[in-house]
Design a binder for this molecule. Structure first.
Ligand code: DAH
Length: 346
């Protein structure tokens, strides 16, 4: 009996390699533990075992049963691993790291802003900040904007209620708080705080009372630049914008200035750019922003001597640049947080 049971276990062990499929496995198992299986037969033979041997042989039977169960499990594991590998196309290596989960990316506006900041920092500009809630003084007066300028109109600018208090921004009695309509406010704040030379850029949110459509949004992003020193000329302005545009739009980018008017610069220009990258998205010359030489009246408002210092300033809409760079035809995509849009930039 003992020999029979041992032989049964070795027979099962030797049989594992020939079991490849589930039907083969069932047949294999039945050979031992099925109704006519060899283990079942051995159990029937138990009746003939002398009484005194019964406990020992009984234990042996149990052990044999356990050994067989373990062998069956091994055979089944082998089949399941093969099935899974067939499903995945490759044998599984459980020591490999799991596939990377999808990770987020930076918003396209953040990417364009970071790139502009990186490029200008590389030539010595530093980032300056100013508040989004501003006063009429910083947004208009100090920037030489006449009292009757249309930008000040209620139709164009969001004013805060007269009794509003804004902790970190002080204002005169007769002034109103407003949401800044451009980042040019940071020019004034910076010049009041330091003596020339000044070389700053200031990216940030701006607000205008615009009705939202494909090219307008009541909240948008600009980047401002200001350089003040002795002997700064229009050539310097052209050079920095040329450099910036080549960095953003490719080495073959060209810039051109068209005469324009801004209260805070004289002369003032609108800057257009052209490049093969723009041609790819179907654009020829595109208008990208405003610029000019700082108006002497602006210097006077911050206590700089316009006879000693000169400077240039520029301001661009970041959405506009991003739209042109990526061929996006509706500004609203930037604010909808639609994953299908955003994931194209990650
Ligand atoms: N502030 C202007 C705007 O919002 C842009 C601008 C034009 C900024 C000329 C400047 C500048 O610094 O010199 O449209």
């Amino acid at each position: 009996m003992e020999d029979t049971l041992k032989a049964l276990v070795s027979e099962a062990e030797e049989g594992i390699p020939s079991v490849h499929t589930r039907p083969e496995f069932e047949a294999f198992k039945a050979r031992f533990v099925g109704p006519n299986g060899s283990l079942k037969e051995a159990m029937r033979d138990m009746a003939q075992v002398p009484k005194e041997d019964k406990p020992r042989i009984g234990q042996l039977l149990n052990k044999t049963k356990q050994a067989l169960e373990a062998i069956f499990q091994t055979a089944l594991d082998k089949i399941e691993a093969a099935e899974l590998a067939a499903k995945l196309g490759d044998p599984i290596d459980p020591s490999l790291p799991s596939p990377d989960p999808a990770v987020g990316g930076l918003h396209p506006l953040t990417q364009v802003r970071n790139e502009i900041v990186r490029v200008l920092k590389s030539v010595g500009f530093i980032v300056a900040e100013g508040p989004e809630v501003e006063t009429e003084h910083f947004c208009f007066d100090a920037l030489n904007t006449p009292k009757d300028h249309p930008a000040r109109d209620l139709q164009d600018t969001f004013y805060l209620p007269n009794d509003a208090t804004v902790g970190n921004v002080s204002k005169h009695e007769d002034e109103r708080y407003l949401l800044r309509t451009h980042t040019s406010t940071v020019q004034i704040r910076t010049m009041l705080e330091q003596e020339p030379p000044v070389r700053i850029i200031s990216p940030g949110r701006c607000f205008r009372r615009d009705t939202t459509d494909a090219t307008h949004s009541a909240s948008f992003t600009q980047v401002e630049g200001l350089y003040v020193d002795k002997g700064v000329t229009v050539c310097d302005l052209k050079a920095i914008l040329d450099f910036l545009m080549k960095s953003l739009l490719g080495n073959d980018a060209k810039t051109r200035f068209r005469p324009h008017f801004f209260p805070y610069t004289e002369p003032s220009f609108e800057m257009d750019a052209q490049s093969s990258h723009l041609a790819k998205v179907g654009k020829d010359w595109v208008e990208l922003g405003g610029c000019g030489m700082v108006d002497p009246n602006v210097f006077k408002s911050v206590g700089y001597d316009p006879e000693v210092y000169s400077g240039y300033a520029f301001g661009f809409g970041i959405e506009r640049i991003a739209m042109i760079m990526y061929g996006i035809d509706d500004i609203r995509y930037f604010y909808q947080n639609d994953y299908r849009f955003l994931k194209q930039f990650s």
